[in-house]
Design a protein around this ligand. Structure first.
Ligand code: HEC
Length: 148
């Protein structure tokens, strides 16, 4: 870090160290945010690591990967609904696929990846889709509470 400040000093000889230090800090934040953004797993990565175990073979009637007939009703139900139901969990499907470390975005990417493999055109979720999924998640939780 010190040599980095020295280098910046060379480039900008008129700036005092007082000005350079916050600059270095801001740069550091930018770099780590970029790394964090890249740290989000792709749908394929999540599927392989967390969903494959059940969805490849259709354990306990899990909709199988690439099985158009099994995914057809789900594709019709809609991306936000199906993603939210999987995220909350139902019957043999454990909440979040049993992986508490996954973010909603990563989970949703894996669902979209499976849907595409079965002929759907679901995209990796953007912020609008993630909002829809969260709303559906809340409704689902209320629904399940009411049934208890
Ligand atoms: C322990 C086995 C298991 C694992 C691991 C698992 N699933 Fe499932 N999943 C199931 C089963 C069983 C069903 C069918 C549930 C039912 O009867 O409705 C299912 C259903 C689903 C559904 C359909 C929900 C609906 O609306 O009917 C989605 C979406 C889903 N899983 C996504 C995932 C994703 C994404 C992962 C990985 C992050 C994952 N699953 C991991 C067993 C699993």
């Amino acid at each position: 870090m010190r040599s980095f400040i020295a280098m910046l000093k060379q480039i900008t000889p008129c700036l005092p160290a007082r000005t350079l230090k916050p600059l270095v800090f801001v740069l550091g934040v930018c770099i780590s945010t970029t790394i964090a953004a890249q740290g989000i797993k792709s749908g394929e990565q999540v599927y392989t690591q967390a969903c494959f175990a059940c969805h490849a073979m259709g354990v306990q009637n899990a909709p199988k990967f690439g099985d158009k007939a099994a995914w057809h009703p789900l594709l019709k139900e809609g991306q936000h609904v199906v993603t939210a139901h999987g995220w909350v969990g139902q019957r043999g499907m454990p909440a979040r696929g049993g992986r508490a470390d996954l973010s909603l975005e990563e989970f949703a990417r894996a669902v979209a990846y499976m849907a595409r493999a079965a002929g759907g055109n679901w995209k990796d979720p953007d912020t609008v889709m993630l909002d829809h999924i969260r709303k559906e998640e809340n409704e689902r939780i209320e629904e399940l509470k009411a049934k208890q």
